[in-house]
Design a protein around this ligand. Structure first.
Ligand SMILES: NC(=O)c1ccc[n+]([C@@H]2O[C@H](COP(=O)([O-])OP(=O)(O)OC[C@H]3O[C@@H](n4cnc5c(N)ncnc54)[C@H](OP(=O)(O)O)[C@@H]3O)[C@@H](O)[C@H]2O)c1
Length: 308
């Protein structure tokens, strides 16, 4: 497994992260298999959020962890806060951030998390309140590093005006089928295609300029949780291209689809969500696949794009 050092953040983190959003459906024994399988494949980073199963993902992880034989210090634990679906709002108030972290620590049964991300933007956020919450969490040793998820550059800039700690991560959607993070720059100024629409304020280039590590969520999904495109008959060209490279490299199509994300020079992490140990092993093989410059474009075009 390849690792990267997050600038101003945790070091030697695996390029593949095990996401835990789908963990509430598992027994604690099966959850332990997921955690351990990923770890044995080289994963040392696990992603949570307060809203995954309304906290159940964190609860299941904590129940399962003692069965894995791993120690807290063996892994990086990340969680996110701010999505309060139960209340029908997004909430970055100081009160909610502090309460959320206390809930995360309690559910995960740990004294600290390594990274805390603000999930989706609370459009009513007050950056001074966020800064005050982060100062307290850092001073109390509850959170080591901070970041964001699904944020456009200007929102990050606004936060940075007040927040003392570096914002080291932006977790955003990216897959071969959901590649808008990359598309807009390629089709720049092209009126004939929606691919040119700037949907995120040039998030990719901004994060690269500011040394913010991008974590790509849902690397195998089409649409917004539409299901996977792997072996899906609705994506024949993409599966053909994935299959050709997979055969050449002696890995699965899943590995090639994730290697496509890791091939980007932005040095991203990819967050996988499988709860199936065989799929997790397939996915982790991606870290050791070295796609060529041409492979990358071949896959991008096979996913339905064109050269403008
Ligand atoms: N920040 C955000 O807003 C945000 C949003 C969404 C997700 N996330 C994070 O990203 C993580 C990953 O999201 P995701 O679960 O949508 O990612 P994903 O890895 O793209 O999708 C995983 C899903 O695809 C299925 N799948 C079907 N065939 C597969 C195959 N051959 N190989 C692997 N998986 C296959 C998996 O089923 P099996 O379990 O049967 O393999 C699972 O249901 C989440 O756990 C969460 O941590 C963050």
């Amino acid at each position: 497994m390849k690792t990267i050092d997050i600038v101003n953040g945790p070091r030697k983190v695996s390029t593949i992260i095990q996401g835990c959003m789908r963990m509430p459906a598992l027994s604690k024994e099966d959850a332990a298999k997921v955690i351990r399988t990923a770890y044995d494949c080289g994963v040392n980073f696990y992603d949570h959020a307060t809203c995954y199963g309304a906290g159940e993902a964190e609860v299941r992880f904590a129940e399962a962890f003692p069965l894995t034989g791993l120690k807290r210090e063996d892994i990086y634990l990340q969680s996110k806060c701010g999505l309060c679906f139960d209340r029908g709002e997004f909430d970055w108030t100081k009160e909610n951030i502090l309460e959320s972290v206390d809930g995360i620590l309690k559910r995960l049964k740990v004294d600290y998390i390594d990274t805390l991300l603000l999930h989706r933007p609370d459009v009513l956020f007050d950056p001074e309140e966020v800064a005050s919450a982060f100062d307290k969490l850092e001073a109390e040793g509850k959170v080591k590093w901070f970041g964001v998820s699904n944020l456009v550059p200007m929102q990050i800039e606004l936060l940075k005006k007040y927040v003392e700690q570096p914002l080291v991560i932006n977790q955003v959607q990216l897959s071969l089928e959901q590649s808008q993070l990359i598309d807009q720059a390629l089709y720049m100024n092209n009126k004939t295609t929606d691919y040119s629409i700037n949907r995120d304020g040039n998030c990719l280039d901004y994060c690269r300029l500011k040394d913010i590590t991008i974590q790509a969520w849902s690397p195998l999904q089409f649409g917004m949780f539409g299901g996977t495109f792997i072996d899906n008959p609705d994506f024949p060209k993409l599966n053909e291209a994935l299959g050709k490279i997979a055969e050449r490299e002696g890995v699965s199509k899943t590995a090639v689809a994730i290697a496509w994300i890791l091939r980007h020079p932005a040095k991203m992490q990819a967050i996988i969500g499988s709860m199936n140990p065989a799929h997790i092993k397939d996915a982790c093989a991606a870290a050791d696949v070295n796609l060529s410059h041409h492979d990358w474009y071949e896959l991008y075009l096979a996913a339905g794009k064109f050269l403008p």
